[in-house]
Design a protein around this ligand. Structure first.
Ligand code: DP6
Length: 350
């Protein structure tokens, strides 16, 4: 018998940013966060896992290149935890094949550039955990699996769900209450689209992991953010999503992106993730919204930036075409973007 399974997980883009850990080993955050998981086809990781008694040890290939599975590292932890869940099942049901003891070979691929601030670790660890869950035929629900994906990369816990997803920070020191929950499925608000503007697909300067640790150690603004800002924003944006209130959703998303980059700047030494093109895209969206409001309308788009210069623009479907036209008009250098505009649903723009 061949024991093998394949699973995919998409990238998620946070509206309320995770930035800071209270426990670096268990990956427990200093604040809750909330994201939108993109549709399957566009930015995703696909992972195949196979268990076989003839394998010598666990091995993993990422985009065709073997990655070392360091003892006690994030990969080893996720694999170990998944094997433990399988073992529990085998202990309960003696008719199950005892594959939890077999070494696994894991092969993962991204259909987009790695480490370009496009959250490849999020989809990567989510797909890894999902493929092992399929291989081991675990009856486990997505929130339970998110506890394990979280230990691979914090933001990965949110990619186990589609749609609008919250990662509840939890309080317990063992991390058992720090997992992802779905706020609303994608179908709840199909009108929201995301436009990804790849400003640069270079590897980023400061990794999220080391950057956020430095922020925890040196930024006073982060303390204000986690205590006095994020809890209320989490409440308000969840409410806005449930009410399909784009105006509020957009305001909070842009404010939180701005505060995350302010906190990065408040780090010693400071961290800059956005570049001149990123800032120019912000100016364009601000002006686009200003004109809409001046004409008695509501906000038409929201920008957000993760730990890199690439822009993600959330907008109702009817505005997407106009936004793409604006960006093409004001950014003639757009031709030099490696992959100018990946539309996550493919719908709305021709
Ligand atoms: C800016 O999840 O990559 O994208 O837990 O150390 O692996 P680790 O960090 P990671 O950080 C993501 C940071 C962010 C914001 C977010 O996705 O919420």
């Amino acid at each position: 018998t061949v024991y093998q399974a394949t699973a995919s997980a998409p990238v998620n883009i946070a509206c309320i940013k995770y930035w800071g850990k209270r426990d670096t080993k268990l990956i427990l955050p200093t604040n809750s966060s909330l994201s939108v998981t993109l549709d399957q086809d566009h930015l995703r990781s696909t992972t195949t896992s196979r268990a076989d008694p003839s394998f010598q040890k666990d091995r993993l290939w990422l985009n065709g290149e073997e990655e070392e599975i360091k003892d006690g590292g994030r990969l080893a932890t996720c694999i170990k935890e998944m094997k433990a869940l399988r073992r529990e099942l085998e202990d309960k049901d003696s008719s199950l094949p005892k594959i939890s003891g077999y070494p696994v070979h894991i092969c993962s691929r991204n259909n987009f550039p790695t480490a370009a601030g496009l959250a490849s670790s999020a989809s990567g660890f989510a797909a890894l955990v999902a493929s092992l869950a399929a291989l081991y035929q675990l009856p486990t629900d997505a929130s339970r699996l998110s506890l394990i994906a979280r230990q691979g990369s914090g933001s990965a816990c949110r990619s186990l769900f589609g749609g609008f997803v919250a990662w509840q920070m939890g309080e317990k020191p063992d991390g058992s209450d720090s997992y992802a929950v779905q706020v609303a499925p994608r179908e709840h608000w199909p009108d929201i689209h995301a436009l990804i503007c790849v400003v640069s697909d270079d590897k980023k300067g400061t990794s999220s992991t080391s950057g956020m640790q430095r922020t925890v150690e040196t930024s006073t603004l982060l303390q204000h953010r986690i205590k006095h800002v994020v809890p209320e924003r989490m409440r308000a944006i969840s409410e806005a999503i449930l009410a399909r209130d784009f105006d509020t959703f957009a305001r909070i998303t842009m404010q939180d992106s701005n505060q995350f980059h302010a906190v990065a700047l408040d780090t010693d030494p400071p961290i800059f993730y956005m570049n001149d093109v990123s800032r120019a895209i912000i100016a364009l969206i601000v002006e686009y919204n200003r004109v809409a409001v001046a004409n008695g309308g509501k906000l038409k788009a929201a920008y957000t930036y993760d730990a890199g210069p690439n822009a993600v623009i959330y907008a109702p479907k009817e505005n997407i075409k106009e936004i793409v036209e604006l960006i093409v008009k004001y950014f003639p250098q757009a031709d030099s973007f490696k992959d100018p505009f990946g539309l996550f649903s493919g719908k709305g723009v021709t």
